[in-house]
Design a binder for this molecule. Structure first.
Ligand code: AOF
Ligand code: ZN
Length: 346
């Protein structure tokens, strides 16, 4: 493997440590190399905390080596004052002569200005090393900034004969199509996304908590569709434990602790309306966990990026038919087993 690629790869590896905690910031990793050795490395951990480059520079014991070193960053160093000062200024201050960048920052406040600033200061800049991998690393951040909407993941479980729910339920308890393993994996997935969305019927039928209790990490913001205000204060989504955004047609919903109410019309533009509300609320990624109507609303508008489908061993014979029929022939199937993974957009 070529030398630049080796170190950018390390940046990507480091950056991934921040998955789930950097929102609304991107995942960024950085290494500093002198004489073919890494003398400092770091990643961005949390919005408001230092950027990857700052953490990497702080790890270098002998700062005099910086003026002879190369700094690798998976994303273009920032040039603006956000919650933290510009990384470019720090690179310039320490006179680091070489900067190798994975990909350009799509944030309008940066978008090439970081590179420009470095070049203007006589720094030798290389851009586009493992660019595709660096874009993939930040698929959520890139979708948010470029498409002005969150990265949308659809998730459901279906029986081996293709039903996502039985015809009727005797007990008011969730029916588990998938197993303990998949349940834990779902909680891991939840911890990686900024938000989780469900429709009204799912809340009324299953009273879900929508948290990550079987994994570590932050609970995602809950997004709940409640067109006509049917979800009473007794449901977990109203417990105030996690920030929850209710999307409703009702004006002036009685407010509740840690809850935000957003108005939308539940017409043919519903998926687009929700997506716009999430964008406005700075939500960069969302995992949609049902039910059927909600999933189909997004599929119909082709407003989704990934589908993750568990296929259980059980046979339900009848019930709610899985929405898989709408996506199966249109997009690339990545993997098929007990877990089917689909990718819609590049
Ligand atoms: C970098 N290195 O590690 C990250 C960058 O509010 P702030 O100061 O944290 O700035 C956030 C923006 O900075 C974010 O939207 C993105 O454009 C860039 N993130 N840049 O040089 C980093 N996390
Ligand atoms: Zn920065």
């Amino acid at each position: 493997m070529k030398i630049h690629e080796k170190y950018i790869n390390r940046c990507i590896e480091l950056a991934k440590n921040g998955l789930g905690t950097t929102y609304p910031n991107p995942l960024v990793g950085s290494v500093i190399v002198y004489n073919n050795r890494i003398i400092g490395e770091g990643w961005h951990r949390k919005s408001g905390e230092p950027h990857a480059e700052v953490n990497a520079i702080n790890k270098v014991k002998d700062k005099s080596l910086l003026s002879k070193a190369t700094i690798y960053v998976s994303l273009e160093p920032c040039s603006h004052f956000g919650k933290t000062p510009p990384c470019c200024d720090l690179i310039i201050k320490y006179k680091i002569p070489n900067v190798v960048i994975g990909t350009i920052d799509p944030n309008e406040k940066v978008a090439g200005n970081g590179i420009k600033r470095l070049v203007e200061n006589g720094i030798n800049v290389t851009v586009g090393v493992l660019e595709n991998d660096c874009n993939e690393l930040n698929k959520r951040f890139f979708t948010f900034h470029k498409k002005k909407r969150p990265y949308i993941i659809l998730k459901w479980a279906e029986s081996s004969d293709g039903f996502i729910a039985p015809l009727y339920k005797e007990k008011k308890e969730p029916i588990w199509i998938s197993n303990e393993f998949s349940r834990q994996l779902v909680h891991k997935w939840r911890s990686e996304e900024q938000a989780i969305l469900v429709g009204t019927k799912t809340v009324l039928d299953d009273n879900p908590k929508l948290d990550v209790r079987d994994w570590t990490g932050q609970n995602p913001t809950r997004i709940v569709l409640d067109k006509s205000g049917k979800i009473s204060k007794d449901f977990y989504v109203n417990d105030g434990k996690t920030r929850t955004i209710f999307i409703t047609e009702i004006e002036n919903m009685p407010s509740n602790e840690n809850c935000i109410y957003e108005n939308a019309t539940f017409d043919s533009r519903l998926a687009k309306n929700i997506s716009a509300i999430l964008y406005r609320n700075n939500v960069q990624s969302v995992i949609i966990e049902g039910g059927k109507m909600t999933l189909e609303t997004f599929i119909k508008d082709n407003l989704w990026d990934e589908a993750r489908i568990f296929v259980g061993n059980n046979i339900l014979k009848n019930g709610t038919k899985s929405p898989i029929i709408y996506i199966e022939n249109t997009v690339v199937k990545i993997k098929e087993n007990q877990l089917k993974l689909f990718r819609n957009h590049d």
